[in-house]
Design a protein around this ligand. Structure first.
Ligand code: 2P0
Length: 331
């Protein structure tokens, strides 16, 4: 049996991916821009040639149900794509809760794609690796790179141009993200299902698609100017617009809890007190706060004092995917 071990960091979108133009390949209906986080890490050990046993082990235990089926399908697809009929299996460990709106699927699928290419000794360009990761989970396309990253909508039907590209690496403009964890349990509606439901039923979906290119352009400019106030303002507006279209679905999907709203208000309070802090929220109740590294402790303290916040995590920006064991399959 051969093995390779890859490590990828989660990423959090500041201009969100919500909606698909192709569900099979996870081709997005909109482009997105994210930051890769150093301290939210997934390790994936992919082995090939094993004959039996569970194919998806998470934190030392066999994963079952829908998550296991989805991973097995992905491993089979990866194998075909990378030219093998051999059985692939994976062991995953993460430093943070899975399935709770903390971008675990991004980190996991990116690490799986990289480890699979390595163990199968297939040389892949980073762009192709991004496309391979994307098929596992859309947002995984972005975890290929560190720092500030854009994932492009792309035009081609095969998705070969719907890949991530780096904007700035993690050292070029350090910022911090404080995650206020409100609920560590799995989310009620997986984002995959929610995206489809929103696209099919929300009367605001078309407006969301139309409003994304200007947000992407403004975000690129704000990052180029290292303007954290502008980045944060665009991120908050984009996040609220994404949640607005889910509220408007029939039946509505609301990922927030009362604690989420209290945490958002705490961020506004920090701003009123002169601290550069802006929130974003994904498909779950957690509130992620973008701030300067020097303010991270203060932000974490304020967020941890919000009644109902279970704990906080703080992270700087992190690197792209890398191999811990096995040859790096890209140059
Ligand atoms: C994002 N999210 O841009 C958005 C914002 C959640 C809210 O990408 O179906 O796990 O595997 O492509 O990537 C979460 O969705 O969905 C997500 P699939 P994914 O980060």
């Amino acid at each position: 049996m051969r093995e390779a071990l890859a490590r990828a960091c989660a990423n959090v979108a500041l201009v969100k991916y919500w909606g698909k133009r192709d569900e099979l390949r996870n081709l997005p209906a909109v482009g997105s821009i994210s930051v890769t986080l150093a301290d939210l890490v997934a390790d994936a050990r992919v082995s090939v040639g094993g004959r039996d046993g569970p194919r998806f082990i998470g934190h030392g235990r066999a994963v079952e149900g829908r998550a296991a089926r989805r991973m097995e399908e992905y491993l089979d697809w990866l194998g075909r794509e990378l030219g093998t009929a051999e059985r692939l299996s994976v062991e995953v460990d993460t430093t943070f809760p899975v399935g709770a709106g903390l971008a675990s699927s991004a980190a996991i699928h990116c690490a799986v794609a990289a480890a699979a290419a390595s163990v199968l000794e297939v040389a892949v360009e980073r762009g192709r690796l991004s496309a391979l990761a994307r098929v596992g989970s859309g947002s995984a396309a972005r975890s290929v790179y560190g720092g500030w990253v854009e994932w492009h909508h792309g035009e081609r039907a095969d998705g070969s141009d719907s890949i991530a590209t780096p904007i700035l690496d993690e050292d070029a403009w350090p910022v911090s993200m404080v995650v206020a964890i409100v609920d560590e349990g799995p989310k009620d509606v997986p984002s995959r299902d929610a995206m489809r439901h929103v696209a099919e039923t929300s009367p605001l979906y078309a407006a969301w698609i139309a409003s994304q290119p200007p947000d992407l352009a403004a975000m690129r400019d704000a990052i180029a100017a290292r303007d954290l106030e502008a980045v944060g303002t665009i991120a908050e507006e984009n996040c609220l617009r994404m949640h607005a279209i889910t509220f408007a679905a029939r039946p509505p999907i609301v990922y927030w809890s009362p604690v989420t709203l209290a945490a958002m208000e705490a961020v506004r309070g920090l701003r009123r007190a002169g601290c550069t802090a802006y929130f974003t929220i994904d498909a779950g109740p957690q509130v992620k706060v973008l701030c300067r590294p020097g303010d991270a402790q203060r932000v974490a303290k304020t967020m941890s004092e919000v009644p109902g916040v279970v704990r906080t995590l703080s992270s700087s920006l992190g690197p792209g995917v890398r191999l811990l064991e096995g040859a790096t399959p890209w140059t």
